[in-house]
Design a protein around this ligand. Structure first.
Ligand SMILES: [Zn+2]
Length: 203
């Protein structure tokens, strides 16, 4: 379980952009999605069970609900440990840094609008982000935080930014250049691009 990290920081030429999604827990700018074996089924199962217990509302149901919630938290944590490890080792193995959206806006205010909340709030991406960051530090992988604004509505090919580019939760389709891609992959590419114009800073 415990690896001995080689935490000598390196200077990457580029970054792997990582986006949080709803369909997949995270997607990188190479187009690889990280979900984890059986994660979706477990998430769905827990969700259904919790809903049923909430509706029932009895003392017994509440006790059961508490147990299920604890189980869910442990499952999230395990999954996020596994995903963050994969992402960090991929970045390290390819000599890249990791670019993530900076969820703290200007003046330290958390930038969570409704659509962002929808994206970030899903499945504890904040925890995944923290895990990626601390594992990256241990491994010497630089992390670049980028401004999250418009990453989901901007075309990663031509740069056209419009809300309607995002045709659905899953689909991105540029109204100008007609580029069509999975919405999470397009966003991850924008995150990578934003990191490239920022100066990489190790955190
Ligand atoms: Zn375009």
């Amino acid at each position: 379980m415990i690896d001995v990290p080689d935490g000598t920081p390196y200077d990457p030429e580029e970054c792997l952009g990582v986006d949080a999604g709803i369909v997949h827990l995270s997607t990188d700018s190479d187009g690889e999605s990280f979900s984890g074996e059986g994660v979706d089924q477990v998430r769905e199962k827990i969700h259904t069970l919790k809903k049923a217990l909430q509706e029932k509302g009895t003392k017994n149901a509440k006790r059961h609900l508490k147990k299920v919630s604890g189980k869910e938290a442990r499952f999230k944590k395990d999954t996020n440990h596994c995903l963050s490890k994969k992402i960090v080792s991929k970045a390290k193995g390819t000599g890249r840094g990791i670019a993530l959206e900076d969820l703290k806006g200007f003046n330290g205010r958390t930038m969570v609008g409704k659509s962002q909340k929808e994206r970030f709030g899903k499945w504890a991406f904040d925890q995944l982000r923290r895990f990626i960051t601390y594992k990256a530090v241990l491994e010497g992988v630089p992390v670049v935080l980028v401004d999250p604004r418009n990453t989901s509505r901007t075309c990663s090919v031509c740069g056209h930014c419009e809300k309607d580019n995002r045709t659905s939760q899953e689909q991105f389709s540029c109204l100008t250049c007609k580029y069509t891609e999975h919405a999470d992959i397009n966003a991850a590419r924008n995150i990578r691009f934003k990191a490239a114009i920022n100066r990489p800073i190790a955190v």
